[in-house]
Design a binder for this molecule. Structure first.
Ligand SMILES: C[S@@+](CC[C@H](N)C(=O)[O-])C[C@H]1O[C@@H](n2cnc3c(N)ncnc32)[C@H](O)[C@@H]1O
Length: 275
């Protein structure tokens, strides 16, 4: 049931057409549709492309490697990493509408041969053990109640010595966030662990911690800046509202407000499957 509620929160119609039309308006009719050109829309997490760059600095992907993006959304990070680093990225996501959009945007950007999209659950990954060199997940586990299973599945599909980079929204000390937020319309599909609990969950699943950073102050600054822009200038031409609708403004303002009040935190981590 929770899976359907998660999909209901994220699903809208004609996502790829709307993203492509907005991007064309912004870049002009003849400019190439590259992963960089779509980046203001299709990195669907609080810090946008800057946050993906931070995660990639941890992940250090190399040409020819097999990467897994767990909860790949409409595929922006997968296309951007595949294009920039020459990797093969498999993105898996629960939300059918996002998977179809990711496939269409892969075609439109010429990235289909490097980015494969699979519809499915992070809790039951349809991949053999030891299939991937590296994996990453950005702003996904807050939709996952069964975090031990999420991390066990990530561990299983990584090769020994393979790494998982995580960027997670986490629970703050001052209580639950103000809903709706970008990942959930209500508490029914929002499951936040504190930074400390997250670290423990990763170790319990069998990962070794390579690095673990509480990034709450950094993400607070980004969310505050975004809130100020939304309140003074309104929605920009390119942003999540293109596919999430005008409710995206309330989502983002609530996320910023929640974090300002100590109701949200965030972490970035790199963890390793023991060799
Ligand atoms: C906030 S979006 C982030 C998307 C993407 N990681 C990005 O940063 O652009 C969260 C994503 O997690 C996906 N998701 C939630 N629960 C999932 C599950 N159990 N298995 C796979 N994907 C899931 C949602 O469908 C959604 O696409």
């Amino acid at each position: 049931m929770t899976g359907q509620q998660v999909q209901d929160h994220y699903s809208t119609d004609d996502i790829a057409s709307r993203v492509l039309a907005a991007a064309r308006d912004a870049i002009g009719p003849d400019a190439p549709l590259t992963p960089d050109a779509l980046a203001p829309i299709d990195h669907f997490h609080g810090g946008g492309l800057a946050a993906t760059r931070d995660l990639v600095a941890l992940l250090q992907p190399r040409a020819g490697e097999r990467l897994l993006d767990i909860g790949s959304g409409i595929g922006g990070p997968a296309r951007w990493i595949a294009a920039g680093f020459g990797c093969h990225v498999t993105g898996i996501d629960l939300t059918t509408a996002f998977c179809r959009a990711a496939e269409a945007l892969g075609e439109a950007t010429g990235m289909s041969s490097q980015v494969r999209i699979v519809e499915g659950s992070a809790l039951d990954l349809p991949f053999e053990a030891n299939s991937f060199d590296r994996a990453y997940s950005q702003n996904v586990v807050m939709n996952i109640a069964d975090k031990p299973q999420f991390y066990r599945e990530a561990l299983r599909v990584l090769r020994p010595g393979g790494v998982l980079a995580l960027s997670n929204v986490a629970a703050g000390p001052a209580g639950p966030p103000y809903y709706p937020v970008p990942w959930a319309s209500s508490a029914a599909t929002s499951f936040l662990s504190t930074p400390e609990a997250t670290r423990n969950e990763l170790v319990a699943a069998g990962f070794q911690i390579v690095s673990f950073e509480d990034t709450t102050a950094k993400s607070l600054a980004a969310r505050k800046a975004l809130r100020a822009r939304l309140e003074s200038e309104g929605l920009p031409p390119l942003g999540f509202h293109v596919f999430m609708g005008s409710r995206a403004r309330e989502f983002q303002i609530n996320a910023a407000r929640s974090q300002e009040k100590g109701r949200l935190a965030s972490i970035e981590a790199l963890v390793c499957k023991p060799a």
